[in-house]
Write a protein that binds this ligand. Structure first.
Ligand code: NI
Length: 183
């Protein structure tokens, strides 16, 4: 089922999410719904708070970027209770967008590589270094489970420039071509 995506202005996006317990009600259905919601909106990553669940759960499919970055080819993950445990000193800049902030794209600087420890959807422990676009998406989505939006990484002057667009989204006029919600 395609779920409505909570957009900028929703309190649920500003909360630190709770760890996922293995007996979280209907977890596999929620994961299936998150994939459907992600693909319906042509997104590359979605965190549970964006669909109203304040839990540390993320889905990522970077495949659409395969022509820009070979590392994105076939990169599909479910991350449960992810931790970013190491970062490269090297940074990269990427023009980010977010399904919760429709129509806004801004250059954001983040570490180029990141080591992530998480549980997969069978609750098996995983630990891997990510690079390129997969590392970028993982860091953006990790911010969501911490209650952080990518616009918070912008310099104050940039934030001022987009402030009125953000307010339009918060008033429910997102202009997105997928189901959205402000609460
Ligand atoms: Ni996002």
């Amino acid at each position: 089922m395609v779920l409505p995506v909570y957009v900028y202005g929703s309190g649920v996006l500003k909360k630190e999410a709770a760890p996922v317990a293995q007996d979280y009600p209907a977890l596999s259905q929620l994961i299936a719904d998150m994939w459907e919601t992600l693909y319906n909106a042509n997104g590359v990553g979605l965190a549970a708070p964006q669909v109203g669940h304040t839990i540390r759960l993320i889905v990522i499919d970077a495949s659409v970027f395969k022509d820009d970055d070979p590392l994105a080819n076939g990169f599909k993950r479910v991350l449960i209770n992810p931790e970013l445990i190491d970062f490269s000193k090297e940074k990269s800049t990427f023009n980010e967008g977010c399904l919760s902030i429709p129509g806004i794209h801004e250059d954001i600087v983040r570490p180029k590589r990141v080591r992530v420890r998480y549980l997969d959807e069978r609750f098996q422990p995983c630990d891997e270094w990510l690079d390129g676009i997969p590392a970028r998406i993982a860091q953006h989505e990790y911010d969501h489970v911490e209650g952080i939006l990518f616009t918070e990484h912008l310099a104050p002057i940039r934030r001022k420039i987009i402030a009125s667009k953000l307010q339009t989204i918060a008033r429910g006029k997102s202009g997105a071509d997928y189901k959205t919600k402000v609460l």
